[in-house]
Structure formats: structure tokens, C-alpha cells
Ligand binder design. Structure first.
Ligand code: NAP
Ligand code: GLV
Length: 326
């Protein structure tokens, strides 16, 4: 029988057409993101799901979806999904690694450079008619040349960010011993003492939740910068606000927040030393198309009984009869 699939948001036309060709597809017509009750109702009779990182795929939802065999997340991060519970139920969960690595690394550099050089306030001053003459003391920022970039999470994106550091005259250090890479590996105190910029590239897990807390921030160099294009939940936002207010940190570039979306009233997003963007790490036309392709490939493979390329819970495979994770 043709599998019944729910797509919670329109995606690139090519990927969407392939999904429609091979499945009995329902595309949620809006409002977006799909409300929790609608998701539960729609999913209760589906075999497969393509969802966004904003869609919370909790254990109760999975329990209420007896036919569900595969969940394809349109993101590399999958902290929105109760993967352990999906594994217990034999539901395959997939993500979209690799295809967004370069786009997210670019965005990391874009917001870091804009932050340290004060690009956004300088533009605003120009628009406000405040650029009256070339002043030797006007619009001064900081440079990155000769400084040290500290990477937390030397995975795909962390390594891509590190690879561009020499172009800006920066050296690189890594926090901890994880990952395969050529950079010095430092324990937390030495890492924080060395880094002029700390860049977060770890997934959000029980271990990394609020890893950037008051003590982490207090260990950072006075006047250091933080850039977070990973997940908002990595940072204790109250502690970051306090560190910015007391001048411990020179600034933060934040693409992600603990509760999204935020607006201009959010105390961090509106802080004068913060450059905030609306979770746009992977937001290029080509990257979003590639992500949609990858998610659709994964879902179609799983529903056809083939092990999907980006299976994040191998214990769930080949199906509901598989043993649970240890
Ligand atoms: P990845 O290749 O899995 O890299 C994550 C790295 O973090 C791995 O090397 C991992 O080591 C390491 N790590 C995990 N826990 C750690 C810890 N406690 N301390 C130090 N290192 C730790 O993932 P990725 O593709 O680079 O993506 C990283 C994250 O970026 C995603 O999970 C997602 O949340 C976020 N992201 C955001 C955007 C955006 O739009 N802003 C776009 C894409 C991705 P092990 O392999 O040893 O576990
Ligand atoms: C985006 O945040 C992703 O995880 O792909």
C-alpha cells in the first residue's frame, strides 16, 4: 500500500514533487508552524513524517501515532525529537547533515565579523543621518587578526568554521578531546583563558544543555565574544545577559535562542552588544533545497525498507522488532 506521509511545511518544489509521486502525501496548509493538536491529529494515521526543527515530536505524540515508521527532520539538529522513545517504538529518525555545513559556517563568520566591527549600528547611524564626517574616533570596532578562535564542538560545522580562521589571521583551539582535527585540544579553563572568541557548534543534548553558564562565562577572557549558531539551549540566557551587562563579554552574535521565535523586545536580542539573527544558519536557496532532498531521500528509503542514509537511531532499524538502545 502507498505509504501515507505528512509534510508539515512546503519545501523546495523538486523534493516536494518526489515525495508526492511516491507517497500519499498531505502537506499541512497552515498556519505555520503546525499547531501541536493538528500535528497529533494529522500524524495519528500516517506512516511517515517530514518535519521542521520547530515541530516538537514528543513521546506522547509518537505513542499516539501507531502507524508511524519514519520521521525525517529537515535539520541536522534533532533535539526537537524524542529519539530514545522513537527507538523504543522502532521508528527511524533521520536528519540532514553535510549539506548545510558550509552555509552555517558562513553565517557564523558573517555575524561574528558584523558584530566585532559594529556593522549593524554603523549602518543604522548612516541611515539616521549621523555620518557627518570621517572621524578618527568614530564607529570603532575590534579586529580579529592575531586573535584566537575557540571552537566548542569540532564536528562538521565547527571544522568548517575553523578552516576559515587562517583567512582572518586567527589561530584555533578546541574545547575537549572530541572529534578528529589538527587543532590544540584544551580543557575548559585553559580553553576559556585562550579564546578571544568562543564559537558554539555542539548539538543540544542532556550533556550540553546550558553548558555556557555563569561559571563558563566568568572563565572567558574579559572582552571576549561569544557566537552561537548551534542551539539557544546551550546558553544560560540570564547568565549571558548579566555577563554582557557587566562588560565581562564585549558582545555576542546569536542566531539561536532557547525559546524561538524571539522579537525585538527579547532582552538579549535587543541588547546593544548583541547581534541577533532569526535562526538563518542554513538559509540559502541551494542549501534549503539540498536539505529537502536529503530529508525526502531519507524518508522514502525508510518507508521502502532500506536503511536511510542519515539514520540517527540505528537501534530502531530495521523496524519495530529491533532491540531497544542499551
Ligand atoms: P556534528 O558534526 O555532529 O558536530 C558536533 C560536534 O560536537 C561533534 O564533533 C561532537 O563530538 C561534538 N560534541 C558533542 N558534545 C560535546 C561536548 N559536550 N563537548 C565538546 N564537543 C562535543 O554536527 P554539525 O553538523 O556540526 O552540527 C552541529 C549543530 O549545529 C547541530 O546539532 C545543530 O544544533 C546546529 N545547527 C544550527 C544551524 C542554524 O541554522 N543555526 C544550522 C545547522 C546546524 P562527538 O562526535 O564525539 O559526539
Ligand atoms: C538547524 O538549526 C539545523 O539543525 O539544521
Amino acid at each position: 500500500m502507498t505509504p501515507r506521509v505528512l509534510l508539515t511545511h512546503p519545501v523546495d518544489r523538486g523534493a516536494w514533487a518526489r515525495l508526492a509521486e511516491h507517497t500519499n502525501l498531505t502537506v499541512w496548509p497552515g498556519p505555520y508552524p503546525i499547531p501541536a493538536e493538528a500535528l497529533a491529529r494529522e500524524l495519528s494515521s500516517r506512516d511517515g513524517l517530514v518535519c521542521l526543527l520547530a515541530d516538537v515530536i514528543a513521546s506522547t505524540l509518537l505513542d499516539q501515532s501507531p502507524n508511524l515508521r519514519a520521521v525525517a527532520n529537515l535539520a541536522v539538529g534533532y533535539d526537537n525529537i524524542d529519539v530514545a522513545h522513537a527507538s523504543r517504538l522502532g521508528i527511524a529518525v533521520t536528519n540532514t547533515p553535510d549539506v548545510l555545513t558550509e552555509a552555517t559556517a558562513e553565517l557564523t563568520w558573517a555575524i561574528l565579523l558584523a558584530l566585532v566591527r559594529g556593522v549593524v549600528p554603523a549602518r543604522q547611524a548612516l541611515l539616521d543621518g549621523q555620518w557627518r564626517y570621517w572621524s578618527p574616533t568614530g564607529f570603532l570596532g575590534r579586529g580579529l587578526f592575531g586573535q584566537t578562535l575557540g571552537i566548542v564542538g569540532m564536528g562538521r560545522i565547527g571544522r568548517a568554521v575553523a578552516a576559515s580562521a587562517p583567512a582572518f589571521g586567527m589561530s584555533v583551539v578546541a574545547l575537549g578531546s572530541r572529534g578528529t582535527h589538527p587543532y590544540p585540544r584544551l580543557e575548559r579553563d585553559a580553553f576559556l583563558a585562550a579564546a578571544d572568541v568562543v564559537a558554539l557548534h555542539v548539538p543540544l543534548t542532556r550533556d550540553t544543555l546550558r553548558m555556557v553558564d555563569a561559571s563558563f562565562l566568568a572563565g572567558m577572557k574579559p572582552g571576549a565574544f561569544l557566537v552561537n549558531t548551534a542551539r539557544g539551549g546551550l546558553v544560560d540566557e540570564g547568565a549571558l545577559l548579566a555577563a554582557l551587562d557587566r562588560g565581562q563579554l564585549a558582545g555576542a552574535a546569536l542566531d539561536v535562542f532557547e525559546q524561538e521565535p524571539v522579537d525585538g523586545r527579547h532582552p538579549l536580542a535587543s541588547h546593544p552588544r548583541v547581534l541577533a539573527t532569526p535562526h538563518i544558519g542554513s538559509a540559502t536557496v541551494a542549501t534549503r533545497a539540498a536539505m529537502a532532498d536529503r530529508a525526502v531521500d531519507n524518508l522514502l528509503m525508510a518507508l521502502a525498507g532500506q536503511r536511510p542514509r542519515d539514520l540517527v537511531n540505528p537501534y530502531a532499524w530495521p523496524g519495530r522488532c529491533s532491540p531497544s538502545p542499551p
